[in-house]
Structure formats: structure tokens, C-alpha cells
Design a protein around this ligand. Structure first.
Ligand code: FE2
Ligand code: FE2
Length: 202
């Protein structure tokens, strides 16, 4: 990964994303960098993965639909929308269009929308950073930030519980991978779950 990758992609995003999305990406990059230092993984990679996570969020949906149809992706993907595609397929586009080859960065982008039970620490960091970056402003965000500061798995679990609840309450489809990650991280006596319950009470 060249040293100037962050600057290169930052300039590109500034040009092709809306200002709001661009600043969200910068916020995720900064938060991912901080979490990486805390959880002792490569902070430079985390910062770049955070910057890149929404690179294709404003790409027209027809491009994704064509990509799914022409490249032997599971056609089941067509039942979802840009919200799923920009991460899952965005990672492949970054690889093919911009020659991003770092598998940890690609997986962090790939799984930031639907998660994955096999997420490594870097992917968990980007998943959580997307939820708690400084521009985020929703009811549970302060609690999510506190949990992220204590336990990364608990932060992933908390985000999944809230996101799945929200999707269900809005009558939207839930990608099964979210539930697989939930089942992997959740057991009633797990440290992560207990921590969430304790912090919700305080
Ligand atoms: Fe995203
Ligand atoms: Fe995002």
C-alpha cells in the first residue's frame, strides 16, 4: 500500500462524494484510527479502510445491478439494495478499479454494512466506527461510544441489536449475515452481552 494512499483517496472522495458523505468518511477514518490504537491493530490501515468504506455509496444502483447479473454473484443479492451493495460489492470494485489489494482493508469495506461472523479486529473497528463517528447523532450513540471504549465485541453486538431492531420496526429486510454475526457474538452469559446490559442500566 503506497504511503500516499490516504491522500489520494481522500482527494478523490472529496470530488465525487457529497460534502456530507465525505465528512462522514473522514469521521469514520479518524474514529477507526483511534479504535485501532486502542485495540492494537494497524492504525494506518484502519484509517484508510474507514475512509474507503463508503466510496461507492453514491454510485448509481444500476451499476450494482449489472455487476451482480454479469459476474455470477448470488442472485439473492438482488433482493437487497444499495445499503448492502455498496459494501459487499464496493470492496470488489475497489480491488478492480483502484487495485486495492490489502485483504483486511477489503474485508472491512465488504462487511461494514452486513457484518460477518468471521470479521477480524480491523473489520470490527470499521463496522463500529461507521456507527459512532463524531457526526452521528442518534439516541443510543453516546452509549455505543462508551461500549466501544470498553469492549469491541460488545460494541459490534450493540450495533447489530439496534440496527436489526430498527430494520424490523421499519418493516425492512434483514440480511441473514447480521443474524449469523449476532448468534456468534451473543450468548446470555457472554461477556459482551453482560457488558451491554450493565452499561444500559447505568
Ligand atoms: Fe456504508
Ligand atoms: Fe458509512
Amino acid at each position: 500500500m503506497p504511503d500516499n494512499s490516504y491522500q489520494f483517496f481522500s482527494r478523490l472522495e472529496e470530488k465525487h462524494l457529497s460534502p456530507k458523505r465525505y465528512h462522514h468518511c473522514l469521521g469514520v477514518a479518524k474514529t477507526a484510527e483511534q479504535l485501532a490504537k486502542k485495540y492494537q491493530v494497524n492504525s494506518k490501515k484502519a484509517k484508510l479502510a474507514g475512509l474507503l468504506h463508503d466510496f461507492y455509496k453514491e454510485t448509481p444502483k444500476e451499476i450494482f445491478i449489472n455487476l451482480i447479473k454479469q459476474n455470477h454473484y448470488n442472485p439473492e443479492l438482488l433482493n437487497y439494495n444499495l445499503g448492502v451493495w455498496h459494501g459487499f460489492l464496493g470492496a470488489d470494485l475497489l480491488q478492480h478499479e483502484y487495485h486495492v489489494t490489502d485483504i483486511e482493508i477489503l474485508n472491512a469495506v465488504r462487511y461494514h454494512t452486513i457484518s460477518d461472523p468471521q470479521m477480524d479486529t480491523l473489520a470490527k473497528i470499521v463496522f463500529v466506527a461507521d456507527y459512532i463517528e463524531p457526526h452521528r447523532n442518534f439516541k443510543e450513540v453516546e452509549l455505543a461510544r462508551k461500549i466501544a471504549n470498553q469492549n469491541l465485541d460488545a460494541a459490534v453486538l450493540f450495533e447489530i441489536i439496534n440496527s436489526v431492531n430498527l430494520l424490523m420496526n421499519q418493516g425492512k429486510k434483514v440480511h441473514p449475515q447480521m443474524l449469523l454475526t449476532y448468534n456468534t457474538l451473543y450468548t446470555k452469559d457472554s461477556t459482551a452481552y453482560k457488558l451491554i446490559k450493565k452499561m444500559e442500566e447505568n
